[in-house]
Design a protein around this ligand. Structure first.
Ligand code: SF4
Length: 112
């Protein structure tokens, strides 16, 4: 193996490794909950599922809230993601947005 070949191979590996490292760092940042915007109650998808930041404000007269019970909130829903205790967390139903730990929507299902 010539020195030129080894140098060329080294440089080619660096050229591949640096962008891959940069992409991984960007993905890690993209997953950080603090970087995600909060879901607005006025968002059409939030409105469609009766999402509210505070489960005490659920519109219990709406037929979609028929299964609502006062102890239900995002922090004890099977769709909640992120760390326990965080006030705003990702949710599997609203990708790319944070929901309030005390919120609720009509998709609520008990966390196992
Ligand atoms: S699916 Fe669960 S965690 Fe997500 S907004 Fe609805 S109640 Fe909250």
């Amino acid at each position: 193996m010539s020195e030129n070949f080894s140098r060329r191979r080294f440089l080619a590996n660096v050229a591949v490794a640096v962008p891959a490292g940069t992409v991984l760092a960007q993905l890690a940042n993209a997953q950080a909950p603090a970087a995600l915007p909060k879901l607005e109650e006025t968002d059409p998808s939030a409105k469609a599922l009766l999402y509210v930041h505070d489960a005490k404000k659920v519109d219990t007269k709406n037929p979609l809230a028929a299964r609502f019970k006062p102890d239900q909130k995002c922090s004890n829903c099977s769709q909640i993601q992120g760390k326990d205790g965080e006030p705003w967390r990702p949710c599997g139903i609203f990708p790319g947005k944070l929901v309030n730990a005390n919120g609720w929507c009509s998709v609520w299902a008990k966390k196992a």
